[in-house]
Structures are given as C-alpha cells and as structure tokens.
Design a protein around this ligand. Sequence first.
Ligand code: SAM
Ligand code: SF4
Length: 481
Amino acid sequence: MEKYDLKENMLDFIDRQKILSLIKDEKTPTKEEVRDIIKKSIEVSEALDLSDVAKLIKVNDKDMLEEIYQAAADVKKKVYDNRVVTFAPLYASNLCVNNCLYCGFRRDNKDIIRRTLSQKEIYEEARVLAGDIGHKRLIFVVGEHPASGADYIADSLKIIYSVKVKTKNGYGQIRRVNVNAAPMSVDDLKKIKAAGIGTFQVFQETYDKELYSRLHPKNTPKSDFNYRLYALHRAFEAGIDDVAIGALFGLGDWRFEVLGLVQHAKELERIFGIGPHTVSFPRLERASGSELVGTAVSNDDFKKLVAILRLSIPYSGIIVTCRETPEVIRSIIPFCTQRDASTKIGIGAYSERKNSQELNRQQFELGDTRKLDEVIGELADMGYITSFCTSGYRCGRTGDHIMKLLKSGVESRFCKLNAILTFREWLDDFASDEVKKKGEKLIEKELDEVLKDNKRFTPEMKKTLTTYYEKIRSGERDLSF
Ligand code: SAM
Ligand code: SF4
C-alpha cells in the first residue's frame, strides 16, 4: 500500500483538465474498439482507464448501445448472479448546517419541518422496518449537524441492531446498517466503526470543482471540496474498508461525473488496493425550498450512463433508488445489484405510517413508492431473485478479501446461495399469497440450478444449503454462507 499523509497530501486527484479534454474529443470509437473495451470489463479486474470510459460515452449507434447494455447485464450476472439485494433508507434527522442549493434540508429552507429522532423513535422505525416490512438492511441517513454527529450515529446503530421482532414463522432483525452522512474525522469514523457500520457512503455530488463551489456556499463545512474527496480515505484510515461513492446526476454534465466516479474508484484502488463497494447515481429530484433546475439527464442518457458505470467499475455493486420511477428502474435493473423498496424518507414516517409524500418533511420527492411485496413480485416476474443477504460483512468478506472474491467470480456463488436462503425467510414471514407463489416457483428454479451445477458448487455447499433451507422452513433464521 502506498503511504500518504491525509493532512499534507490532500491533493485534488480529480484531473479536471484531462476530463474536460476527454469529453471535448469528438472522435467516435470503432466497433472493434468498443468490443475490446467490453472484453476488458468482462474480465473484471480493475476499473477501466478513463480514455476507455470516454470512448464508451461517445457511442451513439443504436446497435452498439445494445451491445453495451447486454455486456453490462452480463457483467452484473457474472459478478453478482441474478439477485437484487434490497434495503430501505432510515432518515433520522433533517437538521443541517450546510446550504446545498439542491437539497430540501438546506439550512436556509424555512419551509421544512425540522426534526431529529430520539433513540426511542429510531427503535420504533427499525421495529416497523424489520418486523412489519421485513427489511434486513438499512441505510441510515442524516444531515450535517452537531445534533446528529458521530456519537448520535453510533448510538443509533447500536439501537437498531438491538431490535428483534417476532414474525409469522421466525423473527425479524436489521442485520446490516450502512451510513450516508457528512464526511468525518478519523476519530469519529472509528466510533461508528466500533458500533458496527456496514458501508460508509459519501456522494461527492459533483466532481467538477468549479461547479461544486457554486452549489455549496462558502462558510459552510461542505464547501471544502477536497475534505469531501478524502472522506473515504479517512474511512480506510479508521478501519472501515467498505466504502461507497456516488455523484448527484443532473447538477452538471453527466459525462464529467461518470469520468469523475471512475477516477475516484481508481484512486482508491491505487492507494488501498480496494475500490468502492458500491456506486450510486442519484438523479436530482424536486425538493422543498429549492428552485435549482440543473441540467436534466434524459432517461436515455441515464440508462446509458448506468450501463457505462457498470462496465467501468465491474466489481462494484450498483445501487438504484426510489428516486426513480418504476419504469426507469425496470430499464436499468439488469445492471444493478441493489434497490430500495417500501421507501419513506420523511423523518419518522415508517412508524407514523405516513403514506403520502410531504415535501415539507422530506429531502426530495420519490418516484417509486410501491410496497416491497409488489416490487419483489415484479422482480420475480423479470426473473430476478430478491436477496436480503447481509452475510458478506458479518463473515469477514469485506475489503480486499471481498474484492478478490468479486473479481474471481467466486462471490456470485455466495450471492446465489444466500439469496435463496434469505428470500425463503422473507417469503415465510412477510409475503402476500400471490407473491409467495411466484417466489416459490423462482426458488425451485434456483435450487435446481445449484443442485445440478457441479462446477460452481461443491457437494458440501449443496448439503449445507439443503440443511439450512430445511431449518429456515421450520423457523430458524439468519443462516447463511
Ligand atoms: N448530508 C449528508 C451529505 O450531504 O453528505 C448526507 C445525507 S444527504 C441527505 C444524501 C444525499 O442526497 C446527498 O449526498 C445528495 O447526493 C442527495 N440529494 C440531495 N438533494 C437531492 C435532491 N434534490 N434530489 C436527489 N438527491 C438529492
Ligand atoms: Fe445538508 Fe446533505 Fe442536504 Fe447538503 S445534501 S443540505 S449537507 S443534508
């Protein structure tokens, strides 16, 4: 690992001039060039070079785009099998000292009703998520404020992990809590590491430093571009080796953000030998008190950029959220590894059973408000198995260990086995009759595939799968590979 000093070496590793000149170059790549790049991606070793990513961005030919989409789906299947992991966000506080022009939580927004959940209220939210909906994985979200700093986050994680609710056939629990919060110091990160954080997620919003400074007013902590750029370096320093990157699409030129994300992934690979565990591409949504229009990314460009990200950082998980409409999600789900469902982003909205969207209580407007049951039914119709797997992190499959497993295609075996087991749990505890029927058909197919496959699955794995499966049917929970 290369040595570097966080204090003295906070250099901007995003090469703005290089990215701008790659975007400016108008040469369209040949079919052979595109196919060569796709071949590199399918080998799943490291993030693609920026010049290759820029070439993919320049493809506009319909047939070549179809090849890119097919390849993106193939890479996803190779690395993660045909499962989609599901999760829910838990918004705990909308207090914020920053003033990001695009966000409903911005300090100067007087329209929003401010609130920070107490630990008791957080427990209630987690109880509904784990006991009524059946989620096992959350992303804990807060604005940046002393009331919701590292101690608050650490206490909240502990409270969430303490929830255990009796369900129809077993019990419900939140087994993994990821965090999306402001960049922190190494000492603060150590606190949330000790409390059992899954992934630490920080979105750079825009990798274009000039645009960044226009959107994040001076004299707010978030105006420091480089401090944010090094948020995940500090996470590694604190021992959190599971980190996630993202950019807010629609603020500036989407091509710049794609190249910025890839450069960020390459930097983490270079310094720590590990890239981001996941990549997110939230698109700008309407927000209370914000009139920012941005540069809208069309649905066609959105599909293209997600496929390109899938190919460019082939080992990373790719997360789509309920910001998007069902139709848009359906168009990109073949490239994605995670999505949320039954999502509410109002503070306290799960336990208060708020069904309507109240813009004065939430950060932005959601595009998909369907229930988890409906989403799972739809995924099953499309041939995807929903997974509630959280075992990678808890079995020590994180950091460079998981990177090796992902790159070699070994992790996809665990993905398949754990999807079957956790899906079975959910079907027995939470599914409607209709979705249970669909899900059982899918499980039958998946089990059959595993039992017949002697190349990927050893006799031992098959035996353990069958034993665990039967135990889950009789009410045991949390058995995984
Ligand atoms: N406050 C922390 C921060 O800014 O890093 C984390 C929480 S913030 C609630 C999570 C993310 O929401 C932001 O990083 C941003 O990308 C996204 N976001 C903000 N405003 C948005 C909007 N209007 N539409 C879609 N996503 C938005
Ligand atoms: Fe605060 Fe984050 Fe919203 Fe900016 S994006 S105003 S930092 S909550």
